[in-house]
Design a protein around this ligand. Structure first.
Ligand code: 5GP
Ligand code: MN
Length: 324
């Protein structure tokens, strides 16, 4: 599907719902806001939807208030644009409602994208969905204002781990350069995203470091974040983004795992709902591991949800260390 066909279609559309994945990261938020502002400038009626929660570190973004956590009257929309989602269900509970919108456009950079929707603009080589939104906006000749610049810059910065991960391409730098020229202040973004934290969160980090376990061959690490830790430190965690990198940085570790206990059954016997985040080095494809558990992602960053008891889950996952 060419980007040109999507643009031709977009020119005709009138009322659009834009959505990105639940529990959003910087890219999901940046892509959503930047395209929302741009299409608003293009005189389209747009509603921005995200199930949330929006991490506090992104609250500084201009136009964040445009993001709603309800889709409103679904019959109002002729088009939905789904951003940064490898499948439609990633937007959360509203997926069934949203699937009733007549035309669905899929804009994403995950290698596990299942090509849902009527139009697909999927590029696994793009650093981020924000980068793809930049291409859409510039091809539509929509001027980049400060709000768009901040959102695209933040999306690229977040998904490249501040220009450190393997997806840090010349295009990522080139577009970021243009966004800074257009008014995004990298220092301000970094201050908000990395330099502001609460004492509770630091205490939680301490417990998280303590939780790290290595496989016998030292090539795999598992870090565990439980509801008990959140309670003990009085933390409300809306953002686990980036924490897994500490488990990944340990020397010789090729596969790092973060187990995030989202909900505990009242009776411990019944286990808990976990989100499992996976990070790897070049040689290890974590998207394949995540897909085998019903999740998805990229070659070096992927995730899935699972209901399990903690010791069982650790045992299952540590099996993967044998192939490293
Ligand atoms: P994270 O570890 O930050 O949750 O996710 C890492 C990457 O994997 C992100 O690109 C994210 O979109 C993707 N991902 C995480 N969890 C899931 C999931 O349950 N399903 C799918 N399809 N992708 C996921
Ligand atoms: Mn992304």
């Amino acid at each position: 599907m060419s980007i040109q066909q999507i643009i031709e279609y977009l020119k005709k559309s009138k009322r659009l719902l834009l959505a990105s994945h639940m529990r959003p990261d910087g890219d999901a938020i940046g892509a959503l806001i930047s395209l929302g502002i741009a299409l608003g400038e293009y005189k389209k009626t747009v509603r921005l939807y995200n199930e949330g929660p929006i991490p506090a570190v992104y609250q500084f973004l201009p136009s964040l208030h445009l993001i709603k956590n309800t889709v409103g009257d679904i019959t109002e929309f002729d088009t939905a644009i789904i951003l940064d989602c490898s499948d439609l269900h990633r937007i959360g509970e509203a997926a069934t409602e949203v699937s009733k919108i007549p035309v669905i456009i899929n804009v994403d950079h995950h290698m596990t994208n299942n090509r849902f929707g009527n139009f697909q603009f999927v590029d696994p080589d793009a650093s981020s969905t924000a980068e793809m939104v930049y291409r859409l906006i510039t091809q539509m000749e929509i001027p980049i204002n400060t709000g768009i610049a901040y959102s695209i810059y933040t999306g690229i910065m977040a998904d490249t781990g501040s220009f450190r991960f393997a997806n840090t391409t010349p295009e990522a730098f080139e577009i970021s350069h243009k966004m800074v020229q257009a008014g995004a202040d990298p220092h301000k973004v970094a201050q908000h995203v990395y330099e502001t934290t609460s004492l509770n969160r630091i205490k939680l980090l301490h417990m998280l470091y303590e939780s790290i376990e290595l496989s016998p061959n030292g090539k795999m690490s598992i870090m565990t974040l439980t509801q008990n830790m959140l309670n003990a430190t009085g933390s409300k965690l809306d953002d686990v983004n980036g924490l897994i990198n500490y488990a990944k940085q340990i020397e010789n570790v090729k596969l790092a795992v973060l187990l995030y206990e989202r909900r505990r059954s009242l009776c411990i016997k019944h286990g808990s709902d976990f989100h499992v985040s996976l990070r790897s080095d070049d040689g290890v494809n974590v998207a394949a591991i995540a897909t085998s558990f019903g999740g998805g992602g990229h070659q070096n960053a992927a995730g899935f949800d699972i209901h399990s008891k903690l010791p069982e889950l650790k045992r299952t996952l540590f099996h993967f260390s044998k192939n490293l």
